[in-house]
Design a protein around this ligand. Structure first.
Ligand code: ADP
Ligand code: MG
Length: 341
């Protein structure tokens, strides 16, 4: 399924201004496929091209290390050695998995990077997507437990305790990658850019005209590009997890890709999407998945307890909820939805 760019400012090429030291007014845009999604960079400034080349290399490097679909990745090395021995990993992979474990603890297991055996059963977004039977699900969830991830920082190695256990960092790696792209841009003197990794967005700096970015939040019930609300931000990560991202339909029912580790089934908490606004995208990516699986009440309580992080929940009954810190920055743009504030 196609994953398209879903924000506002990607479509606007206006509001440029005259400067006595001309900065290239138009954005340099690059789109390519990596990390299982469409990546788009929209970068302002005279140094954009070089910065984009460096960032593209960084993304490919992260994909090569952390993809479960690449046999040579560091993640595959951990998975192939499950129950046998620890696998040496580099600091990027170690950091992402350590963060994933932190969010597993914080969410009481709603987030769990050992979910891969169950995700594999469902095969969502592969050509063998299907509904597994109860025995398969039971066997799958029996292998899921983040407490079986043995982290050895001194040795820079990671081991899964039991055979057949498998890691999947699909719910957090794009956030890490967005932060890394931002760092590469910063090093290359970029001040204004929009980094979009399939809906995992980092709005760097302000827009070129000095005003904040307006990020559109996808209408979860409509096709790509239609939005429910917009949120105005400066130098923030905006990450959405939604049941419309990757799914299949069977007998009129939607089976999506965010799995509740307790049931082994797509999470059913009455949520269509969760959006997290934060300084670091790795936190936003992990927390959007946490909040989706935890549901409105527990998810909202978790986000409110974390300083500097905000959330927007869109529920099946078309109500939009947000944390207190972000109310001022939201504009509801679609009357099919009701903003509960
Ligand atoms: P997206 O990949 O659409 O941005 P998420 O960040 O929510 O969405 O990540 C979903 C992916 O993470 C799934 O495709 C799967 O690989 C993995 N996953 C599914 N359920 C969980 C879970 N409960 N905890 C951790 N990872 C999960
Ligand atoms: Mg996520």
């Amino acid at each position: 399924m196609e994953r398209k760019v879903n924000n506002f400012d990607c479509k606007e090429e206006k509001d440029m201004f005259f400067s006595p030291h001309p900065v290239k007014k138009d954005a340099t845009i690059k789109e390519f496929y990596s990390l299982g999604t469409i990546i788009q960079f929209k970068v302002y400034g005279n140094k954009a091209e070089r910065a984009i080349d460096k960032a593209t290399d960084r993304i490919k490097d992260i994909d090569n290390k952390m993809s479960v679909f690449k046999d040579y990745s560091q993640l595959s090395k951990i998975n192939h050695n499950a129950g046998i021995r620890a696998a040496k990993v580099d600091k990027d992979t170690y950091f992402v998995i350590r963060k994933a474990v932190e969010y597993s603890v914080l969410s009481g297991g709603a987030f769990d990077p050992t979910i891969r055996p169950v995700v594999g059963l469902w095969g969502i977004q592969t050509d063998h997507a299907r509904i597994p039977n109860n025995d398969e699900i039971d066997a799958g969830i029996n292998l899921v437990n983040y407490k079986d991830i043995i982290l050895d920082e001194k040795d820079s190695s990671i081991m899964l305790k039991r055979e057949k256990q498998e890691l999947d960092v699909g719910a957090i790696a794009k956030g890490f990658a967005a932060d890394e792209v931002k760092n590469v841009f910063k090093k290359n003197k970029i001040k204004s850019a929009l980094i979009n990794l399939g809906g995992n967005i980092f709005a760097m700096g302000n827009k070129i005209d000095g005003t904040p970015w307006n990020i559109g939040i996808q209408d979860p019930l409509k096709s790509r590009g239609e939005i429910v609300l917009s949120i105005s931000v400066k130098n923030k990560s905006v990450v959405t997890s939604g049941n419309y991202e990757r799914y299949f339909i069977h007998n009129g029912k939607r089976f999506h890709h965010i799995i509740d580790p307790l049931t082994g089934n797509p999470s059913e908490k009455g949520i269509l999407s969760t959006t997290i606004v934060s300084d670091h995208s790795i936190d936003g990516d992990a927390l959007s998945t946490c909040a989706f699986v935890m549901g409105l009440n527990r998810g909202m309580a978790l986000i409110e307890s974390i300083k500097g992080v905000d959330a927007i929940f869109i529920t099946e009954n078309k109500i939009v909820y947000s944390t207190s810190g972000i109310k001022e920055n939201l504009s509801l743009l679609n009357n099919d939805f009701y903003y509960e504030n």
